[in-house]
Design a protein around this ligand. Sequence first.
Ligand code: ATP
Ligand code: MG
Ligand code: MG
Length: 355
Amino acid sequence: GSVIGILGSGQLGRMLAVSAAELGFRVHVFGDTSGPAFDVAASTTVGPYEDLGAITAFAETVDVVTYEFENVPLGAAAAAAAVRPVRPGARALEVAQDRLVEKRFLSDIGLPVAPFANVDNLNDLEDALATLGTPAILKTCRFGYDGKGQVRITSAEESDWALDAIGRAPAVLEGVVPFDCEISVLCVRGIDGRTAVYDVPLNSHKHGILDTSTVPAPVPAEVCEKARAMAARVAEALDYVGLLAVEMFYLGKDKPEPLIINEIAPRVHNSGHWTLDACGVSQFENHIRAVAGWPLGSVARHSDAVMTNLIGADVEQWAELAAEPQACLHIYGKNEARPGRKMGHVTRLSALSGK
Ligand code: ATP
Ligand code: MG
Ligand code: MG
């Protein structure tokens, strides 16, 4: 097909649209008013995702539908799927929208997750704390992002406060994982079931928001191999088409279980933005290739890279960054640099190291 439909109009959709345009596709976007609707698509429909008539009409104008955020209502995905292929499919959304469903799915396919328990009320939370101990992290099952919708509990007396603080049951209580560092795996799976996995970045966070992604991650090669295989396993189990991100904790080489999966994102991911500048084919292009039914492109990396997010007022440094020789600057064109808002990113390249 020649028209790609994207549900969601944030920066990820924008970068997908740019990559799609480079391959000769036209892009139609469906977004609601919460997104910073962008201008690189051929057309944009603005409306609530709950308007199934509008979703159907939108889907009819495109050849294939994809999405840039995991909270697309399942009803909208189903309405689109009734008239056009939706890639990745509804199963990936269903799993990734709910932390409890996600953790059960991962453990059912034999992959390690943090110890967890479901929490619907104060009683559940007290029981879960008695079982898992403290410290522990209480997270809402749905709609959490950038560390929002979760709190750390250090003693059982905090349970009342903690439930109030996250504001919303159902929730999940997780044991705190004593990790060395955080990594993510960017795996793309084509329509023919073939997978390709990018080199693994190390991720560091500031105030709950991704700050930097560094490739290669300073993690032993066999651990990276294991992480890549785990992510491909998730993609296969979901019969996934497109780019899948899997966030993991690395606990250290000599631990019986060196890797634990934190969460998955059924979409292109902030920790993969360096692929735009350090790889022949970026995560965005490979996602578009996959959903369009094209062969996947090479995930090989030609440079080492450090990606740094420009959050809020950070974007005011654009002129300095633009003058830096090894810095690849990306600005998302959002109207207002609110605190905590992802406004752009910069990737600094250096010569490929031996690792
Ligand atoms: P994102 O913006 O990545 O979607 P999120 O709001 O969905 O974030 P998580 O990724 O679940 O939240 O958690 C945010 C961060 O909190 C993690 O990157 C990690 O640093 C820390 N964290 C979360 N769960 C645990 C855990 N079980 N043990 C230790 N640290 C954790
Ligand atoms: Mg998340
Ligand atoms: Mg996360």
